[in-house]
Design a binder for this molecule. Structure first.
Ligand SMILES: C[S@@+](CC[C@H](N)C(=O)[O-])C[C@H]1O[C@@H](n2cnc3c(N)ncnc32)[C@H](O)[C@@H]1O
Length: 333
């Protein structure tokens, strides 16, 4: 049951606890694991089987249609019951277009049968669109530089930092240059106490493996991603002080992000959190001499690095807004 502090984590076997939990959750829906904070996509002619909805164990969505333009081959890591794989197929619609990996055979079997069921309710869908493979996020059975768009929803937060780094490097390896990685995970408002982080059951339930947002972004950059865009940030859970023996409640938020495999600039990664700059001066546009042409009165989305640099100019004709945590893309680094 969620919220009961479970087995202490032996660092060599927390993954056994994870696999046992999801083998059971494949067969019987676990309401406490259905933690998404993002409304389910309703799209024309897309009918998601009820049994998939009941086994939606993600914490946000990784389906961002704008990021799927021109995507030919997608990878989904940690398939679960297959809802997001079905949604990805909706956009790609081609045999073998979505390679879908899971480590738990029972989960793969559930996904296989629910994708068959989905084919009966969705005339556009054929199960051959999805190439289901048994495999581990830490050693993906996928060729290097073969994937346009990858996604994982609420799996990577379960990993210890060492395994997270390895899983991120694996996704980076299989993406083509310029490829995109959609992630959704919980993050914690302050570092997770080790007593909870070391609890294998809580970790498997996506409750105690969360990093702070800063640590999470740092891990993604360390794997080699040069650009990160935050698509959404929403309240997810509270680890309340009474139940979890904490001094203060600990808020968890669900983050949706897209990490792009482009080179990390010399002056650091471009991280977009929804900040904008608006020029309100005398001229038609403002040129900061560093590649940013800012038209008068038109908000321009900029990365946090550029927002900070423009702020340092101390000009009263540049208005720089705070992070919205909902950055749609297409700004200017
Ligand atoms: C929290 S669930 C999320 C499932 C799905 N992404 C969703 O949104 O419903 C984690 C999934 O990852 C799978 N999994 C666990 N460890 C894994 C690993 N090391 N490699 C690949 N998949 C793994 C589990 O079987 C489960 O399907």
């Amino acid at each position: 049951m969620s919220g009961i502090i479970g087995l202490p984590m032996d660092r060599s076997d927390y993954r056994d606890v994870v696999e046992d939990l999801y083998a059971a959750a494949a067969q019987t829906p676990q309401a406490s694991l259905c933690c998404t904070t993002t409304p389910i996509w309703h799209l024309p002619d897309l009918d998601v089987p009820q049994a998939m909805l009941e086994r939606n164990y993600g914490c946000g969505t990784t389906i961002h249609p704008r990021d799927l333009a021109n995507a030919d081959r997608a990878l989904y890591v940690g398939v679960g019951a297959g809802m997001e794989v079905l949604q990805l197929s909706y956009f790609l619609r081609r045999k073998g277009a979505v390679v879908a990996i899971d480590k738990v055979p029972e989960m793969l079997e559930t996904a296989r049968s629910l994708l068959e069921e989905a084919a009966t309710a969705n005339a556009w869908f054929d199960p051959s669109f999805v190439d289901l493979r048994e495999g581990d996020a830490l050693l993906l059975p996928v060729d290097s530089e073969s994937i346009d768009v990858a996604a994982q929803n609420c799996l990577f937060n379960i990993f210890t930092r060492e395994h997270l780094d390895q899983a991120l490097r694996e996704v980076h390896r299989v993406l083509k240059p310029g490829g995109r990685f959609m992630l959704s995970d919980p993050v914690a408002e302050r570092p997770m106490p080790s007593r909870l982080a070391d609890d294998a059951r809580l970790r498997a339930e996506c409750l105690s493996g969360a990093l702070t947002l800063g640590q999470y972004l740092e891990a993604i950059v360390a794997a080699g991603f040069g650009t990160i865009e935050i698509r959404a940030r929403r309240p997810y859970r509270v680890l309340d002080k009474r139940r979890y023996g904490l001094d203060e409640n600990l808020l968890l938020e669900s983050i949706e992000a897209v990490a792009i495999k482009d080179p990390i600039p010399d002056d650091g990664p471009c991280i977009f959190t929804g900040r904008n700059v608006i020029y309100v001066g005398e001229d038609d546009q403002f040129d900061d001499g560093k590649g940013h042409l800012i038209s008068r009165d038109i908000p321009l989305g900029v990365c946090d690095k550029t927002a900070a640099a423009l702020q340092r100019l101390g000009r009263d004709d540049l208005v720089i807004t705070q992070s919205t945590w909902h950055y749609p893309g297409d700004g200017c680094c």
